[in-house]
Design a protein around this ligand. Structure first.
Ligand code: ADP
Ligand code: MG
Length: 267
């Protein structure tokens, strides 16, 4: 999508959010006795992501971005507030029912790709949980299709991760996330470890796939340039609080909060 295009849509009645955080707070405690520290990683964070829309989440290291992603994925329960996925509060039962509807692409593909497993098996693996109605041959057919979709030849299926470049490995991670046809994907620093030219390719790929598949996305990154390329809207986190929520265009042309202005000055 070019920056001039109208944002894909702030959730409204016609476009119910795929993800909704309503005044979510998360605290971490560490140490014991007098050394006990309470750290508020998220403080009353509210946000929503519509189908087909990407919300960029920016902020300095330690501002609560990854914690926000973990809550959205149902990996961490809020201490207070509510996280809803496809309109349902994220609890154990919902998580099970919605398995495959949510996926994550993280910074280092080696974390999600088993080095001893062929690429095709890693991409197929989520289907062994949610695609059990498909035969093995049907699953392998889906793997070949999805590898093609992310710009990798079907012959990649037989390779091992160490036989791929960093960019190819991240394409495999994207394929693995897409194979269950998720409604919502969290990208956490997903392109931060890649060379700029490879970053551009992956960001363009994410955009293209989103137009086809209409998943909603949370694109978490400390890299404002990358966020600008994929996001419709941007939320700025500062010490666990959203200090600005804006369209991408307005954020970059007329940031409202002093902290946003400060972030942009470092660009
Ligand atoms: P970001 O992704 O923006 O760098 P995080 O969400 O990872 O920030 O962390 C937010 C704050 O919460 C940081 O101060 C971090 O140290 C703290 N934190 C994150 N995860 C944990 C944890 N598992 N235990 C204790 N503190 C944590
Ligand atoms: Mg992080």
């Amino acid at each position: 999508m070019s920056p001039e295009t109208v944002p894909a849509g702030i959730p409204d009645e016609a476009h119910p959010p795929v993800l909704e955080l309503d005044a979510v707070s998360v605290t971490f405690t560490s140490g014991m006795g007098r050394k006990r520290r309470v750290m508020r990683a998220m403080n009353e964070v509210s946000l929503a992501v519509a189908a087909g829309e990407t919300l960029g989440v920016v902020g300095e290291s330690g501002s609560g971005k990854s914690t926000t992603g973990a809550v959205a994925l149902g990996l961490r329960a809020p201490d207070s507030g509510v996280a809803r996925l496809l309109g349902r509060p994220l609890n154990r039962a919902t998580k099970k029912a919605l398995r495959g509807s949510v996926q994550a692409v993280l910074q280092h593909p080696q974390w999600s790709l088993n080095p001893r497993r062929r690429v095709g098996e890693s991409v197929r693996e989520p289907l062994t949980v949610v695609g059990r109605s498909l035969s093995r041959a049907e699953q392998q057919e889906r793997v070949a299709q999805i590898l093609e979709r992310v710009g990798l030849g079907a012959d990649m299926a037989d390779r091992f991760p160490h036989e791929l470049s960093g960019g190819q490995r991240q394409r495999v991670s994207v394929a693995r996330a897409l194979i269950t046809e998720p409604r919502f994907i969290v990208f956490d620093e997903a392109v931060s470890a890649l060379d700029v030219s490879v970053q551009m390719q992956i960001l363009a790929l994410i955009r293209e796939l989103q137009e086809q598949h209409r998943f909603g996305a949370l694109f978490i990154s400390h890299d404002l340039g990358a966020v600008r390329r994929v996001s419709d809207r941007i939320a700025v986190l500062f010490r666990g609080e959203i200090v600005e929520s804006n369209t991408t265009e307005s954020f970059f042309t007329s940031p409202q909060h002093p902290y946003s202005q400060q972030l942009l000055e470092t660009l």
